[in-house]
Design a protein around this ligand. Sequence first.
Ligand code: ADP
Ligand code: MG
Length: 260
Amino acid sequence: MNDLIRLNNLTVTYERHPAVHHLSGGFAAGSLTAIAGPNGAGKSTLLKAIIGELRPAEGSIDRGALTRNDFGYLPQAADIVRRFPISVADTVMLGAWKNAGAFGRFSLEDAERAQEALGIVGLSGFEKRHIGSLSAGQFQRVLFARLLLQDARVILLDEPFTAIDQRTTRDLLELVLRWNREGRTVIAVLHDFEQVRSYFPETLLIARELVGWGRTEDVMSPKNLIKARAMAERWDEEAETCLPEEEHEGGELAKREPAE
Ligand code: ADP
Ligand code: MG
C-alpha cells in the first residue's frame, strides 16, 4: 500500500474523554482529502494528532519517514492570535524558519521567496503592513503565502475558508489544487459540502468515529450524512475512554444507547 500516513485504531482524548475514537485508515501519498463531519466531531483534534501536537491515547499514527518539517499546518482561525505587532513580510518568512540556519537568520533568498509568495496570493505591496490591519481574507492569503514558503510535503488546513470572502476562497482553492498537482498530500477540514464535492476527490467523514472514507461521491451520500448527524447527536460528552481498566481505571463505553 502506498499510504503516506496511516491511522491504526486511533483514539485521542481530552482528560480521558474521547474526541477521536477507534479511527483506522490511510491517506495515500499525493491524495487530496476533505475531512467532513458535524461540529465537535473531532476534525481539528485529528489534524493536531496527525502533526503530533496531541498524542494518541490508544492506537497509533504511522507517518513512515515523514518528520515534523514535512508538515505544513494551518490551524482553525479561532486558534490564531493576530494581535502580535508583526508585519506581513515577517509573518510569511516564519514559514522559512526551518531553513533559517543555526543562528535563526533569514537569508536574502528567504526575503525574495516571501515576496514572491505574497505575489502568488495577490498581496504584492502589503509587505510592511501590520497583520492586525488586514481583513480576514487578506490575512488568510498571508497564511497561505507562509505555507507556500514552507514547501511542505503534507499540508493540513483546518476550515481554511470559513468566514472568508468568495473571491479569496476561489483564489486559495486554486492554490490547494496546485499543491496537489505538485504531488503534495493535502488534507483539509471543510464545512461546505459543495466545496468538498467540487474540489476534493477523497473524503473522510467522521463523527468521532469513522462514518466513511474513500471517494467523495461514495462517502458524501445522504445516508452517510444522516448517520454522521445521528452519531454526533447521541454522543455522550461525558463518556470516558473505553480503554481497559488496567490502563485507565473505570473504563466505560464511550457511547450512550440511542434514545428510543
Ligand atoms: P471539530 O473540529 O470537529 O469541531 P474538535 O476536534 O474541535 O471538533 O472537538 C472534538 C471534541 O473535543 C469536542 O467535544 C470538543 O469540545 C472537545 N475538545 C476540543 N478541544 C478541546 C480541548 N482543548 N480541551 C478539552 N476538550 C476539547
Ligand atoms: Mg474544528
